[in-house]
Write a protein that binds this ligand. Structure first.
Ligand SMILES: [Zn+2]
Length: 129
């Protein structure tokens, strides 16, 4: 599954300008995830002025939620140059808040390493509830 997710993300990665502004773009990062039910969803980031936009993982999760799925088995994000990157802190939290069971999601953090989300997000605010 790791190689399928990497391939699916690479297929949609590729930065392109938005609205003619130098700093507005999309597709610089792409993400792919597979749910516990075995469905694959993908997304690309959007970066626009005034700090708006969102990460590729957010877009992939939105696609997943459209199908009323929440539990993620594995996820990857990579740049438009094909380099795998770990999720940012906000995305780590987002994965968890979509479904607490995602604390066990396998996160591809490099070509050679897969870590459970709980190792990337060791102390959650929800632990106190
Ligand atoms: Zn992020």
């Amino acid at each position: 599954m790791k190689e399928i997710l990497i391939q699916r993300a690479k297929e949609i990665a590729g930065s392109f300008k938005l609205n003619g502004f130098e700093f507005n773009s999309a597709g610089t990062v792409a993400a792919a995830l597979v749910t516990k039910d075995g469905n694959v969803y993908t997304g690309i980031c959007i970066d626009v002025a005034c700090s708006m936009g969102f990460c590729a993982e957010h877009a992939a999760i939105a696609e997943m939620l459209k199908n009323r799925e929440t539990q993620i088995e594995m996820v990857v994000a990579l740049t438009d140059k094909g380099n795998i990157i770990p999720p940012c802190g906000r995305c780590r939290e987002f994965l968890f808040q979509v479904d607490r069971r995602n604390i066990d999601t396998k996160v591809i953090v490099s070509e050679t390493e897969i870590l459970p989300l709980k190792e990337l997000l060791p102390k959650t605010w929800a632990d106190v509830f």
